[in-house]
Design a protein around this ligand. Sequence first.
Ligand code: FES
Length: 160
Amino acid sequence: MSIHVVARLDEVPPGTRKVVEVAGREIGVFNVDGELFAVRNRCPHMAGPLCEGYVSGAVSSTTPGEYHFDRVGEILRCPWHQWEFDMRTGQSWFDPARVRVRAYQARIASGASLVATDEAPATTTDAAPPAEGMVPGPYVAETYPVSVEHDYIVVDLLSR
Ligand code: FES
């Protein structure tokens, strides 16, 4: 299965991150003004804890003396030797053709939508009839409807 629920959305509010373990690998989930990014927490240089690094933006210039600072919060700098990576794609900035870190698709899913994808549990009203020869007993346990009210962060390990 490639889709994993990694956190409740309110655990990673805008401007924060959380490192989670998914299928034996550490992944950093970042909330950048409500947009989610997921990056492997292993720098391709010397395996440093990339997702613990400083988050910055990109500086560009078309004319000497003028510069633009944009994509704020989308550039991740490794804490060990300061290699920088684009969280959106995983590409490095110094050698984008050859060096990249694994980036994954991350999205928000409501608890209700996640439950809806599972097999719906049987209820007393839609339970299968008893097998032949069986007679329902006189007692019925109380049951309650269950709902999942929160939003969750979902990461797809096969994406990107
Ligand atoms: S281990 Fe990340 S830059 Fe060296």
